[in-house]
Design a protein around this ligand. Structure first.
Ligand SMILES: [Zn+2]
Length: 124
């Protein structure tokens, strides 16, 4: 996969490109925000990258501002109240992850305890 270098455009032109290439939602300003369903981040029009196709000469494409995110404009939903509510749920996730890793730690501890108890029993 060839490295794509984002192309810089003056703001009015970039807005025009966003409007032209995003067939799903209207862009009225570059400081409008979208929620990327692929990477779960809020992206701003300013930060969306415009890249050229093959060797920079193909048709222009929009890519998510997040490094390594391969979403397309279809994945960028408007920030509605519903989205904000969903995001607050998503923000709970790191905590859930932490709880998960903690419970894994507990399992390991329990396994070690069992092992210890087995040895103890053997000795006894
Ligand atoms: Zn993304």
């Amino acid at each position: 996969v060839a490295l794509l270098h984002p192309i810089e455009f003056p703001d009015p032109e970039k807005l025009e490109i966003l409007e032209r290439l995003d067939h799903y939602r209207k862009w009225r300003a570059l400081d409008e925000k979208r929620y990327c369903l692929a990477c779960g981040k809020v992206i701003e029009g300013h930060h969306i990258q415009v890249v050229g196709g093959t060797r920079g000469s193909g048709p222009l494409r929009l890519i998510c501002a997040t490094r390594g995110c391969h979403s397309i404009p279809m994945d960028w939903v408007l920030l509605t109240d519903e989205m904000l509510a969903r995001m607050s749920i998503l923000e709970e996730e790191p905590r859930t992850e932490l709880a998960k890793s903690r419970s894994v730690g507990r399992e390991n501890f329990a396994a070690r305890l069992r092992k210890f108890a087995t040895q103890f029993r053997r000795v006894a």
